[in-house]
Design a protein around this ligand. Structure first.
Ligand code: GDP
Ligand code: MG
Length: 368
């Protein structure tokens, strides 16, 4: 609890203000009627009047929804979620394309690959989920919101170019998120490919390859020639197995917004990575300040689905607004979804107002 004025205190105790001021004087505190008394003093003072004061438990934050704690007995294995990071032009997009082309059986309607910002591949009967979003931005935005969506990071390093500034940035991101790194040494088909130099440079940054006695897995690949892709997927499977990733499919869904936009015809469309529980058509949902009801879901192959379980990327229709990448999506009852969303909107407005006032003041001082 916060401080209380002498007047408020007196009325709470059912005493005259003068009595309270007298007691305060006896405690060595000189106070007037509108003066504030801190919590510690108030507790002692109440004791003087024969009243025991108990601190109330902290108030619940109305903009938060309590987390569901799963019983370990309800947890079952789930697929790993992988992001591709690395310096610009080292071949992240090309590698994702190569993986998709070699390991996704394209049976979609009309043969068009739906782009939903994430896709699943199957290797040796095991699924792997790849997030297709621009590595750094997505990672940073999501991490800034405390969202952890990645189980494994693939660090793409061009064999001819070697370690560059964004390579180091990516290493630091993955390390601070405690996400294991697998290095894909790309562009092995290039004339100037020099994997040993890459190994040396990475060792200088704490990633020592296995064949040099370290524990970092490095796989030579060529996104262009589509070589090394299966080996890379095998290594991902290996690391994932050691991680023993688990989730509970039999509970309300929890996920993270990977990307979202306003579609002219369909309204707000969000790509969600379901991380725990199962999302179903008709579920009430909240994501950041947006809420709504799941109207339709489309998987990474462009197929309509009724359910999406743990480690499934899915496009969700039915939110009334566009959420932000990194927002947590939860399935909750309709009343809670609406109430919490409204509280969040109000909070956001207050924060924005405070910010804009501060900015205009700063501007004013700058001009002076
Ligand atoms: P990103 O910026 O990391 O997404 O890199 P891109 O995938 O856009 O690739 C950058 C450039 O490198 C493009 O011109 C690609 O065609 C080329 N590239 C990507 N992978 C390979 C590869 O394995 N071999 C060769 N020779 N070129 C590649
Ligand atoms: Mg790219």
């Amino acid at each position: 609890g916060g401080p209380v004025t002498v007047k408020e205190f007196a009325s709470k105790m059912g005493r005259e203000v003068s009595e309270v001021i007298k007691k305060l004087m006896m405690l060595g505190v000189m106070a007037t009627i509108n003066q504030e008394v801190d919590m510690d003093t108030a507790v002692i003072l109440a004791g003087e009047f024969g009243v025991t004061v108990q601190e109330l438990p902290p108030e619940e934050d109305p903009t938060e929804i309590a987390e569901i704690i799963d019983d370990p007995a309800d947890l079952v294995p789930r697929s790993p979620v992988v992001t591709v990071m690395g310096h610009v032009d080292h071949g992240k997009t090309s590698l994702l394309d190569a993986i998709r082309k070699t390991h996704v059986t394209t049976q979609e309607a009309g043969g068009i690959t739906q782009h939903i910002g994430a896709y699943q591949v199957v290797n040796q009967g095991r699924k792997i989920v790849f997030l297709d979003t621009p590595g750094h931005e997505a990672f940073t935005a999501m991490r800034a919101r405390g969202a952890q969506v990645t189980d494994i990071a693939i660090l793409v390093v061009a064999a001819d170019d070697g370690v560059m500034p964004q390579t180091i940035e990516a290493i630091n991101h993955a390390k601070s998120a405690k996400v294991p790194i697998i290095v894909a040494v790309n562009k092995m088909d290039r004339e100037g490919a020099n994997p040993d130099r890459v190994k040396q440079q990475l060792s200088d940054h704490g990633l020592v390859p296995e064949d040099w006695g370290g524990d970092t897995i490095m796989v030579p690949v060529s996104a262009h020639k589509k070589t090394g892709i299966t080996e890379l997927l095998e290594m991902i499977g290996l690391i994932a197995e050691m991680q023993e990733l688990k989730a509970n499919p039999n509970r309300s869904a929890q996920g993270t917004i990977v990307e979202a936009q306003l579609d002219k015809g369909r309204g707000p469309v969000a790509t969600v990575l379901i991380q725990n529980g199962t999302l179903q058509i008709g579920d009430s949902i909240i994501a950041g300040t947006a809420y709504g009801k799941v109207r339709a879901m489309v998987n990474d192959r462009g197929e309509k689905v009724k359910k999406a379980g743990p480690s499934t990327p899915v496009e969700v229709l039915g939110l009334a607004d566009v959420p932000a990448a990194g927002d947590v999506l939860l399935a909750v009852d309709e009343k809670t979804a609406r109430a919490v969303a409204e509280k969040r909107i109000a909070k956001k407005r207050t924060e924005e107002m405070a910010h804009s006032q501060k900015v205009s003041l700063d501007d004013l001082f700058k001009q002076i």
